[in-house]
Design a protein around this ligand. Structure first.
Ligand code: FRU
Length: 324
């Protein structure tokens, strides 16, 4: 058993009720299961910055080999991350950034680029003429700020694209504000939401309104599977989404490299791409294939585990018989 738990990884997740976070956790668990020497522990901070700090403190006290953090806030978490680093525990940051450079590696897609992709897409669909409602993510998170920043960088070059920005500070649609903006503005052509969940909430909120059929809804995340962004595009609810990979399996791989004293890049960029009706089927087929392969491997592993258990109980029995 000893050599099976050679690498202990502590993962501090910030929120775990949405499908993007669940899918990140799952990807980590699957990747960890493929490496019997990895021992993965996941704590969930339930959107509480304080709880996340305590969780990381616990990983430090337990002297895990590597800490992976998916930050809730980008600022309050700085001291505990610097503390881990200072006493020699490597820290990998995934998704949201932290406002310090005292960590070992960062892993995630470029959110400024995500915003630019949406900006360029609206420019090309609308030929530079459109009214847009932007539902911006929380400003205490880097994706919230950067997805909006990249979008503005492009859109600001087109004077005939008008943008009304509203804030989704709590990771959900501010419904009343959204409806009010819809009613008080000239015909809206596009809604660009911070993520697919909010884009879907906005789509639902406009149900029954005449405007709904004309508005094109655009989100971010592009998860595969039920209620994921790819499905929403396939169902014609979203016009498009931008893939924002969770990086779950990459984070475990990176942690293993670091634990094995390999040198890794400080910045590890995940890819992003626009998903619309032209490529949604291909994307979902590809992701399905990966999922099937993963569950095949998981199944093979559980067969091996069962055989190992059988073998060990048989050998105990044999030892017992011989000792008689
Ligand atoms: C889920 C989520 C995702 C988004 C990420 C950014 O909690 O809001 O939709 O891509 O977090 O941190």
């Amino acid at each position: 058993d000893d050599d099976k738990a050679k690498i202990s990884i502590g993962f501090s997740q910030s929120i775990d009720y949405d499908i993007w976070r669940k899918s990140m956790n799952h990807a980590m668990e699957v990747e960890a299961a493929l490496h019997p020497e990895v021992n993965l522990t996941i704590y969930n901070a339930n959107r509480k910055a304080k709880k996340q700090i305590q969780d990381i403190e616990k990983f430090i006290a337990d002297k895990v080999d590597v800490i992976i953090v998916s930050p809730f806030e980008s600022d309050s978490i700085i001291p505990v991350i610097e503390k881990a680093k200072a006493i020699g525990i490597p820290v990998i940051i995934v998704d949201r950034k932290v406002n310090t450079s005292n960590y070992t590696a960062y892993l995630g897609a470029d959110n400024v680029e995500v915003g630019r992709i949406v900006g360029r897409h609206i420019v090309s669909l609308s030929k530079g003429n459109a009214n847009v409602i932007e539902i911006k993510g929380a400003s205490y998170t880097s994706p919230g700020l950067e997805r909006s920043m990249g979008f503005s960088q492009i859109i600001n070059q087109y004077p005939n694209i008008k943008v009304i920005t509203i804030d989704a500070q709590k990771d959900e649609l501010p419904k009343d504000l959204f409806i009010k903006s819809l009613k008080n503005s000239p015909e809206i052509n596009y809604v660009y939401a911070y993520n697919d969940v909010i884009a879907y909430q906005a789509w639902k909120a406009t149900k029954g309104e005449k405007a709904k059929n004309k508005i094109k809804f655009i989100g971010v995340d592009g998860l595969n599977g039920p209620f994921g962004g790819i499905q929403l595009v396939q169902d014609g609810i979203l016009e498009s989404t931008v893939l924002y990979p969770t990086g779950g399996s990459e984070a475990i791989k990176l942690a293993m490299k670091i634990a094995n004293k390999e040198i890794v890049p400080k910045n590890n960029k995940l890819n992003t791409i626009l998903i619309n009706s032209l490529n949604a089927d291909i994307m979902s087929n590809q992701f399905d294939k990966i999922t099937i392969q993963q569950s095949d491997i998981e199944q093979q592993q559980s067969v091996i585990r069962r055989q190992e258990e059988k073998y060990s109980s048989q050998s105990t029995l044999l030892k017992l018989l011989f000792s008689l």
